[in-house]
Design a protein around this ligand. Structure first.
Ligand code: CP
Ligand code: NVA
Length: 309
């Protein structure tokens, strides 16, 4: 494989703290520019982004497509049935073909191995738009949301309640660079990957607590965060999981335990009345739409970084 590219965006902790800080600062800067109506900043002019989806999406699809075109580029959407990665087309061939046509590739896949294969065989930057293992673009957007709503990222307490999977793993990636207090409460058997937890703890930067007690986890939290109990690819387990996750719903009682300043976040899409009550997600402490908007701005800065702009 001839490799000429320098950068992918696969895990937040593939980078050092300074680089991630620079990307976050740039995101806020470009956000202001875009929101001011300024349209002369066109760094992606003449460039093409391929967006590969093996799973559904609203936010990731629209934010990458609009972000890339707002900054002058052209984005191509590839639905799951277009490529049929792994059956109609080998994953490594997807990487080699798209590298001939495009300047940058964003991919949302099932197994994490697929994003690593794309990265290995592509000669253009690969951005991880979610795998079963992690969701780095989401947590970059969430970091901006914390900076905007709490005035800081460092020292904030984030309490995640629910399934210890992809979103949690990316919080742990962030926690290995920036000092936060991250607590994660899951039912037994749904804890985050032990190696990922150990690696984040070894970094020695953040206070990391993994527990099966949601009430304990949320005490004093600045942010109470949850995600669906059945992720994409697990929807047939939804009924079973509802029983197993009993007691882990974010409701007003849990928010009250967190304290009167606690804000509610959710990466969306949400199942209202399942992992979170309608009262909380639609309530005054919920910042889900500001959070979703920051996907656009985080990703613009990530793309600027990997394209060396
Ligand atoms: N949060 C998130 O990634 O949303 P989509 O699945 O709609 O892209
Ligand atoms: N954990 C969820 C996140 C969706 C953005 C999933 O993987 O489906």
């Amino acid at each position: 494989v001839e490799k000429t590219k320098v950068k992918d965006f696969i895990h937040i902790n593939d980078f050092d703290k300074e680089t991630i800080k620079k990307i976050l600062d740039r995101a806020i800067e470009v956000k202001e520019l875009i929101k001011s109506g300024e349209r002369t900043f066109q760094p992606f002019k003449g460039k093409t982004l391929a967006m590969v989806f093996a799973k559904p999406s609203l936010r990731t699809h629209v934010s990458f497509e609009t972000g890339f075109s707002l900054l002058g580029g052209h984005a191509v959407y590839l639905a799951p049935e277009d490529i049929q990665m792994g059956s109609r087309e080998e994953t490594r061939d997807v990487a080699r073909i798209l590298s001939r046509f495009t300047d940058i590739v964003m991919a949302r896949v099932f197994t994490h191995k697929d994003i690593l294969t794309l990265s290995k065989y592509a000669t253009v930057p690969i951005i991880n738009g979610l795998t079963d293992y992690n969701h780095p673009c989401q947590i970059m957007a969430d970091a901006i949301t914390l900076i905007e709503h709490l005035g800081r990222l460092e020292g904030s307490k984030v309490a995640y309640v629910g399934d210890g999977n992809n979103v949690v793993h990316s919080w742990l990636e962030l926690a290995s660079l920036f000092p936060i207090h991250f607590t994660c409460a899951t039912p037994k058997g749904f804890e985050p990957d032990a190696k990922t937890v150990a690696k984040a703890r070894q970094a020695g930067i953040s206070k990391i607590v993994i527990t099966n007690d949601p009430k304990e986890a949320v005490k004093g939290a600045d942010i109470v965060y949850t995600d669906v109990w059945a992720s994409m690819g697990q929807k047939e387990e939804a009924q079973k999981r509802r029983l197993m996750f009993k007691g882990f719903q974010v409701d007003q009682n849990l928010m009250d335990l967190a304290g009167s300043n606690a804000l509610f976040m959710h990466c969306l899409p949400a199942e209202k009345g399942v992992e979170v009550t309608e009262e909380v997600i639609e309530g005054p402490k919920s910042i889900i739409f500001a959070q979703a908007e920051n996907r656009l701005h985080a990703q613009n800065a990530i793309m600027l970084h990997v394209l060396g702009e």
